[in-house]
Design a protein around this ligand. Structure first.
Ligand code: GRF
Length: 200
């Protein structure tokens, strides 16, 4: 059974989808830790309600990003965390966090990467006039939403869409693909070769 830490800054609906799926007996991973950089994140309440350990790490209490990231890794290692899932975590992780956990940190992003990385991906898609957007689960590397792609699913963009309506439909897809990607990882079915991720 793999131990998962979820990092979230906001409402935590992706965290919820992982908590729900991971509470089922046939699932090969359990959420053991929820971390937020924001004390009033709804994600922390979701974690508490599910009986999972929750922690808030306030960046203001750390001198710099390296110190913050080292403390994250220390926390993961002390608890025997196998996999870290970023789920709306609004801080970029630097080398002190990413390198010790290489290929063990996943992120979910609300676009079909490499299109529309960074903030407000749904608004970027609407503004650009694309007909199709979607969601991506990828490994985290040192770039902004650039790591090897594990899973993507497309969502149609309709003429009447705004970022809210599109975001809602993308979020539904996120809730289905993130737990599936975590399951593939936990069952050792992901083989990473350079930028490519093969599913065994
Ligand atoms: C999601 O759209 C995710 O793709 C992005 O941040 C949002 C988090 O939503 N990285 P939630 O907090 O999981 O509801």
């Amino acid at each position: 059974m793999k131990a998962v830490a979820v990092l979230a800054s906001g409402q935590g609906t992706n965290l919820q989808s992982l908590l729900d799926r991971a509470s089922q007996p046939d699932y090969p991973a359990r959420v053991r830790l929820v971390v937020s950089d924001c004390g009033n994140a709804a994600a922390l309440e979701r974690g508490r309600r599910a009986g999972v350990e929750t922690l808030c790490l306030d960046p203001a209490l750390y001198g710099n990003r390296d110190a913050y990231d080292e403390s994250l890794v220390d926390m993961w290692q002390r608890r025997g965390i196998d996999l870290v899932c970023l789920a709306g975590f609004m801080r970029m992780l630097g080398p002190r966090a990413v390198l010790p956990f290489q290929h063990r940190i996943l992120n979910i992003h609300p676009s079909l990467l490499p299109a529309f990385p960074g903030l407000n991906a749904q608004a970027q898609a609407v503004a650009c006039g694309v007909k199709v957007s979607g969601a991506t689960v990828h490994f985290v590397d040192l770039g902004m939403d650039t790591g090897p792609i594990v899973w993507q699913e497309a969502v149609s963009v309709y003429p009447e869409d705004d970022e809210i309506s599109l975001g809602r439909r993308i979020l539904e897809v996120e809730h289905s693909i993130y737990p599936r990607a975590v399951e593939l990882w936990a069952r050792n079915r992901l083989v990473i070769q350079g930028r490519r991720v093969y599913i065994k």
